[in-house]
Write a protein that binds this ligand. Sequence first.
Ligand SMILES: [Zn+2]
Length: 217
Amino acid sequence: MRILILAPHTDDGEFGCGASIAKYIAEGHDVHYVAFSAAEKSVPSGSPGGILRQEVVEATAILGIPKKNLTVLHFGVRKFPANRQEILEVMVRLNSQLEPDMVYLPSAADTHQDHDTVSAEGFRAFKRTSIFGYELPWNNLTFTTSAFVVVEEEFIEKKIQALACYKSQADRQYANPEFVRALARVRGIQIGALYAEAFEAIRVIRKGSGQTRFVET
Ligand SMILES: [Zn+2]
């Protein structure tokens, strides 16, 4: 499968589905990661500009994402709603270039303005694809746990290691191994596993193999 991770900002994909990414890659799937912003205006003063661009390279490498599958765009943090159409056009191009089988993006109940934009435009661009919304509890007004990926200890460990690459974000409460592990335990308990990541099933399409492509005229 070709799997596309849409992260409004570098690190959102690792928080939302880092363990699942590591597991998909270990299983041989082709995972692509696109971040729309390196949030240059959000890093602590004193950090060099573009630090998150370096940190995301390290973090996604730990998850196993090949560097050629990582794209970091230049949209301004907290300005996504004003660039909604441009973001949609980027996604439409990504869809025709990659033709992903599965897309992960922020939950439709994510209240951060940039996340909300990526979620809504992501549905428009990828509505013919399976779409899963990932969980960022500090931003989610509600979260429907309608899909799960069971993840083993080694993948939780990779998620924690990947998040540790974001040294410029280390002061954030949620950038904490105990929290990552605890949330994965909660999601695991829901489905009788040790650890899991939970997702909103926004759209699920079973295409199967040998599909005949429908050509629009
Ligand atoms: Zn974000």
